[in-house]
Design a protein around this ligand. Structure first.
Ligand code: BTN
Length: 320
């Protein structure tokens, strides 16, 4: 961790003021290094009072994504415990896949404040402006067969919905399989990419990418009718670092359910597609269907002109 982040971690842990001398001793650095780190934090927008004879006290935190703030709220043992934070990346999924190929451990988290090439499903772009959203990717190493990978997206959707609801007054719905909606508009997308071990046909790793529009924001014209943000819908601004920690906590607590599928009942209860007429888009083709249910493996149960079928991958659009 950088000295700046070590000083921030120490300030976050203090209820009252802490002297420069104690900070220096605690961190094993010079008082001059403490002072430099305090100045850097102030330049980042943190307000830090310097009280004569008592020391430094953190009085205001801007909404920044930082390792100390994420770790302050992270309670789980594995998922999201080890992480890296970037101001800007091309894509957190690209970075996570490189790290996974180099052996990064299960639960490792990549975060960025903005992305220059944020990726959505089917090669689409994901709008990822700075200071506004959460763009994160977890490296997971699940021991489930590749054909059950869709369950990870379903589990993550429930975990993120719970995390958002724990921090603001919103009802979060799931549009199968990877979109979260608030008040009828998309506020989060999930992109789950798998690395396969072709010898054994099992999953080597999964890069679980999650993008959430958090701050109040103005969307580009083409997204205005379909996308929203937590801030736009709830009028509340929530800490992005805290939201990331809550997502890690939910994923950590729910992860064992990947084996049992126990989260599927909640996934169904949050679904906005069950009972609806939809258009299925798959491999360049599209056809109409009626969604009867979501099965225990996270697949859509559809009634089509051909009869009853199950859909484990692909996309649907809702018919109005
Ligand atoms: C979609 O809506 O189709 C999925 C969007 C997933 C976006 C997230 S943002 C973090 C991670 N990095 C990416 O490049 N994409 C995912």
């Amino acid at each position: 961790m950088s000295t700046k982040n070590e000083v921030l971690t120490a300030l976050l842990a203090e209820e009252t003021a802490i002297s420069g001398e104690r900070l220096a001793r605690k961190l094993g650095i010079s008082r001059n290094s403490v002072w430099k780190a305090i100045e850097q934090l102030r330049a980042d927008g943190y307000m830090i009072d310097a009280v004569t004879n008592r020391g430094y006290r953190l009085t205001y935190m801007p909404d920044r994504i930082t390792e100390p703030e994420i770790l302050k709220w992270t309670t789980g043992g594995t998922i999201g415990r080890r992480l890296e934070v970037h101001d800007r990346l091309d894509s957190t999924n690209i970075r996570a896949k490189q790290l996974a190929a180099q052996g990064a451990p299960h639960g490792y988290l990549v975060c960025a404040d903005s992305q220059s090439s944020g990726r959505g499903r089917f090669g689409r772009a994901f709008f990822s402006p700075e200071h506004s959203g959460v763009y994160i990717t977890y490296i997971l190493r699940p021991s489930i067969p590749a054909e059950r990978a869709v369950m990870i997206t379903s589990l993550a959707a429930v975990a993120v919905a719970r995390a958002i609801e724990s921090l603001c007054d919103a009802e979060v719905k799931i549009k199968w399989v990877n979109d979260l909606y608030i008040n009828g508009k998309k506020t989060c997308g999930i992109l789950c990419e798998a690395g396969m071990d072709f010898e054994s046909g099992t999953l080597e790793y999964v890069a679980l990418g999650i993008g959430i529009n958090v701050a109040k924001m103005v969307f580009p014209e083409e997204l205005r009718d379909i996308a929203t943000s937590i801030g736009n819908e709830c009028g509340q601004s929530i800490s992005r670092s805290r939201l990331i920690a809550e997502i890690s906590n939910q994923l950590d607590a729910m992860y064992p359910q990947l084996e049992t599928g126990a989260f599927m009942a909640e996934s169904k209860a949050r679904s906005i597609v069950i009972g609806r007429d939809v258009t299925v888009l798959r491999g360049g083709a599209s056809y109409p269907a009626h969604v009867l249910d979501i099965d225990e493996q996270g697949r859509l149960v559809l009634r089509t002109d051909e009869g009853i079928s199950r859909l484990g991958a692909g996309e649907i659009s809702l018919k109005l």
